[in-house]
Structures are given as C-alpha cells and as structure tokens.
Design a protein around this ligand. Structure first.
Ligand code: HEC
Ligand code: HEC
Length: 300
C-alpha cells in the first residue's frame, strides 16, 4: 500500500468516527420532554424527545470500542497496531498447532513399515486424503489413472510395486523414455513392429507381418522390453504382453507409441511433502493393489 492510500484510509476512518460522534452528541438532547418540532402531517405531530439513554450509551460504547480496536489491531492504513497481530502469524500459529497435534501421529506411522501401515484403516484414510490433494489430478480420484497416467490399483507396475519402489516413484519421480522409432526404422518396420506387439498381447493381427516384426523387435526393442516382451522395471519399460496399456492398445495407439515415442513424467514429491506424508501416501497406494492378492486372484 502506498503512503498516499494509507493516509487517505486513515483520514476517512478518523473523519467517519469524529463525524458520527459529533452527530451523536449534537442530537443527544431534544428541546425537552413533550415539546414538538412543529412538524404536523395528517394531524400527526412530531415530538422532539431526546435519544433513549441506553441507545446513546451503546452508541458511545461502540465508538470507544472502535478506537480501542484501531489502536490495538491493524486497520488504520499502514499502522500495524500495538499488539503486533498479523493475519500471517495467526495463520502460521494455527498451522503450528496442527503440526504439534499431528506430528506424534505421523511419527508413529513413520516408525512402522509401509506394509504394516497399509493395514491400518485410519492411516490409509489419511493417505487417501493426501492422495486426493496431491496425486488425483493426474492419477484420478480412484487412482485408476487414464491415458498416459498409470493405474495404481491393478498390480501392473512400470517401476515395481513393492513398498520401496512405490516410495521411490513418489519421492524422486520417474521419467519414462520410450524413443521415437518412426524415423529410424521407416514405415515398413514400424508396421511390422506394431503387428508384433499386437500379437504379443494376444490381439488378432496379420501373422506374416507379426512374424517379420519379431526380428525388428529383436533388434530395436529387446534391450528395454525384454526377450519375452515382459518389460523392465529398471527403465519403466511396460510389459507388452499383458494387454494393460498406458497409452492404449489399439493398432493406431501402439503405432504412435512406436513411431513417435512416449515420455511420461512423474514429478518428484520429496520437496513438496515431508517424509511422514510420503510414507502415508505410499502405504495408501500400496494398499490399493494388495486386495486382489489377498483375495487369491493372483498377480497380473
Ligand atoms: C503431473 C502428473 C502427476 C502427478 C501430480 C503425480 N503423478 Fe504419479 N505418475 C505420473 C506419470 C505420468 C507416471 C508414469 C511415468 C512414466 O510413464 O514413466 C506416474 C507414475 C507413478 C508411479 C509409478 C507407477 C508404476 O507403474 O510403477 C507411482 C507409484 C505414482 N506415480 C504415484 C503417485 C503419487 C502417490 C502421487 C502423489 C503424491 C503422484 N503419483 C502424483 C504423473 C503424475
Ligand atoms: C530405451 C528403452 C526402450 C526401447 C529401446 C524401446 N522402448 Fe518401448 N517403451 C520404453 C518405455 C520406458 C516406455 C514407457 C514410456 C512412458 O512411461 O511414458 C515404453 C513404451 C512403449 C509402448 C507403450 C506401451 C503402453 O502400455 O502403452 C510400446 C507399444 C512400446 N514401448 C513398444 C516398443 C517397441 C515396439 C520398441 C522397439 C521398436 C520399443 N518399445 C523400444 C522403453 C523402450
């Protein structure tokens, strides 16, 4: 706020208080009980009685309160008030209070392994809330992901689904690097590789094309996606045989993945969230994919 506006606000505030006090005092006495002002309308006469005392004193009290308040708290332009109260500090002290309340709870969970915390409904509820605030915009409120954002509930992992791998994904982020092969391989080989990937995941496709694609795959793809096409968590290379797709399993999407490449980015959260919160979110994410295993549905 500039000095001019500060002074202007102080002037307006003080002038309003002085003005209303003057009005009040000037009108506190009428001409006396029973006197009329001389106004008559429809035979109704206007009396000039003084203000009721209780009303006058309440008004005076509110003026005294306003002056006291403006001395103690910020309100008069840039004048900070004698008490030194600020909005920011009040907000900070609420945050500090919440931290003091929750810190022991967070510390308690942090001391337990992720697998144990994942069994605690209260902890996973907290993790779920943190997930909603920090992760849902990309992975969806139900963590089922969408095009380019992995489903975290399906037990199919790019980088591994044990507690350590999940925590690493969250804290340090991940950067998938699927190179663009279109220009390197040309039209024909791209079509062959596409057919081979379709065949790997059990889709109907041109058998001759897929057969030719096998050799292409052996040359260009095997290093990351593996001999059997089951992927590699070291690079985050997806399993191409399970018919679970990060970018879609239609012929055109597979062709696009191969020709143009894909670069999924999972942002690092270690500077955004403290260790205890990352621990709780990890436990929540971990718990999501544990249920099918416990139910005996089997992995993948
Ligand atoms: C800006 C979008 C974005 C946000 C926010 C985000 N993620 Fe991700 N996340 C991604 C993408 C994209 C990938 C896949 C990276 C890749 O393709 O290599 C990913 C990957 C992951 C993985 C690895 C999955 C696997 O299959 O191995 C986990 C676990 C994960 N995210 C959890 C989280 C959690 C928990 C949060 C919140 C703290 C979060 N993500 C926030 C975009 C996001
Ligand atoms: C340098 C390692 C690397 C090589 C080589 C590589 N890929 Fe990939 N590929 C990846 C990674 C990593 C991803 C995931 C990208 C992401 O997370 O955004 C991926 C994704 C894909 C996808 C998308 C899968 C999905 O679930 O949507 C397809 C299809 C694919 N690759 C096929 C191929 C084929 C075919 C070749 C050979 C022509 C190949 N890749 C070579 C690393 C590689």
């Amino acid at each position: 706020m500039s000095n001019f506006w500060s002074a202007w606000i102080i002037f307006l505030t003080v002038a309003t208080i002085v003005g209303s006090t003057w009005l009040l005092m000037g009108n506190r006495k009428g001409r006396g009980e029973g006197q009329t002002t001389g106004h008559v309308y429809d035979e109704i006469e206007e009396y000039d009685n003084p203000l009721p005392a209780w009303w006058l004193y309440m008004f005076l009290a509110s003026i005294v309160f306003a002056i006291g308040y403006l001395i103690a708290y910020p309100g008069l332009g840039k004048f900070p008030g004698m008490l030194g109260w600020t909005q920011v500090e009040a907000w900070q002290s609420e945050i500090d209070k919440a931290e003091r309340t929750y810190a022991p709870l967070f510390e308690g969970y942090l001391a337990q392994p992720v697998e144990t915390v994942a069994q605690d409904p209260k902890a996973t509820k907290m993790g779920q809330r943190l997930f909603a605030n920090n992760c849902a915009q990309c992975h969806g409120s139900d963590a089922r992901g969408s095009h380019g954002f992995p489903n975290l509930t399906d037990n199919d992992w790019l980088y591994g689904g044990d507690a350590a791998a999940i925590k690493h994904s969250i804290a340090y982020g991940r950067a998938g690097q699927m190179p663009a092969w279109g220009a390197v391989m040309g039209e024909e080989k791209t079509a062959q590789a596409t057919a081979y990937v379709q065949a790997l995941s059990g889709q109907d496709t041109d058998a001759a094309l897929a057969e030719a694609g096998k050799a292409v795959y052996g040359t260009y793809c095997i290093a990351c996606h593996g001999v059997e096409g089951k992927g590699n968590p070291m690079f985050g290379a997806p399993d191409l045989t399970d018919d679970i797709w990060l970018y879609g399993g239609s012929e055109s999407q597979i062709r696009r993945s191969i020709a143009n490449g894909r670069q999924g980015q999972m942002p690092a959260h270690k500077d955004l969230l403290d260790e205890a919160r990352i621990h709780l979110i990890t436990a929540y994410v971990y718990s999501l994919s544990q249920k099918p295993i416990q139910a005996g549905a089997g992995a993948q």
